[in-house]
Design a protein around this ligand. Structure first.
Ligand code: CP
Ligand code: NVA
Length: 311
């Protein structure tokens, strides 16, 4: 079988993704019980970071250590990639030495090019267009709370054209829930991305219309990495899309709140919401570790879910 990559959520089948979430929950229980599960001795993960990170770096590096393997942090500042060595040459060389590669980059095409030249699985640790590892953690968190997302309604409020919005759109189709994107004009998903979400996704141009009766409210920063020059303009336009207590009052009474973090209290979310009783952001962050351990195990072809490859 050809090498599998995880560049966007839809690279895996619904069957594979559902099994992966259950495996992540099982690996979390193993970790919390203090048991050792380390089937990856002698294996190495290379992590290439072209953008900053706290959660992604710590969760992949720690996850690989817990699985018994080793993770290498590579910054373009210190590698030849930053001095113009091509993506293809870098992929050919690195993938002859390591067993898996995780990349955080700008253009999604960089990942596609790297994966095409790689002999080993490549994981998207965030690109301008997708953040599938974050969705594994978010969907795992929702699964822990509800058992299944089927039939639920989720509101994604804010920048509807960024990596998190796109990955939530793919999730809605795969996991069969309704997603309402609440974004101002000019910040809605592109027509191409809306097709990706098919009839599971609708766009609302007010936050209040998007959150009415929903089971989960999600937001993200207004200015993603790489868009820093647009910060002032984005604050002005996205201001009415803050997730605050007034807004979430019209969601379902027990609605959950998620944010991939880092958060800006007073901008996209108020402190009372992110630090309040409906917020699950800390378990969501922790779940990056467990979900990515399940992902790496699967891509290494080990563990119970690997047998499902291709289903
Ligand atoms: N949510 C997330 O990907 O966080 P980091 O940017 O800290 O990795
Ligand atoms: N949309 C954000 C997510 C950060 C984890 C960004 O790309 O900066």
């Amino acid at each position: 079988m050809s090498v599998r990559h995880f560049l966007r959520l839809s690279d895996f089948s619904p069957v594979e993704l559902r099994a992966l979430l259950q495996r992540a929950i099982a690996l979390k229980q193993i970790q919390h019980a203090g048991e050792r599960y380390a089937p990856c001795a002698g294996r190495t993960l290379a992590m290439i970071f072209e953008k900053s990170s706290t959660r992604t770096r710590v969760s992949f590096e720690t996850g690989m250590a817990q699985l018994g393997g080793h993770a290498l942090f590579l910054s373009p500042r210190d590698t030849q990639l930053g001095r113009g060595e091509s993506i293809e040459d870098t992929a050919k060389v690195i993938s002859r030495m390591v067993d898996m590669v995780m990349i955080r980059t700008f253009g999604h095409d960089n990942l596609v090019r790297f994966a095409a030249a790689s002999r080993v699985p490549v994981i998207n640790g965030l690109s301008d267009d997708h953040h599938p590892c974050q969705l594994l953690a978010d969907l795992m968190t929702a699964t822990e709370h509800w058992g299944d997302l089927r039939g639920k309604t989720v509101a994604y409020i804010g920048d509807g054209a960024n990596n998190m919005a796109h990955s939530w759109m793919e999730a809605a189709r795969i996991f069969d829930f309704q997603l309402r994107i609440g974004s101002p004009a000019g910040y809605a998903p592109t027509a191409e991305m809306l097709r990706t979400g098919d009839n599971h996704v609708t766009v609302q141009h007010t936050a209040s219309a998007a959150v009415r009766g929903v089971h989960l409210i999600v937001t993200d920063v207004w200015t993603s990495m790489g868009q820093e020059k647009e910060t002032a303009a984005r604050k002005a336009i996205l201001g009415p899309f803050q997730v605050n207590a007034d807004l979430i009052a019209s969601a379902a009474p027990d609605a959950l709140f998620m944010h991939c973090l880092p958060a800006h209290r007073g901008e996209e979310v108020s402190a009372e919401v992110i630090d309040g009783p409906q917020s699950v952001v800390w378990e969501e962050a922790e779940n990056r570790l467990h979900a990515q351990k399940a992902l790496m195990e699967f891509l290494f072809g080990i563990g119970p879910v690997a047998a499902l490859q291709g289903d």
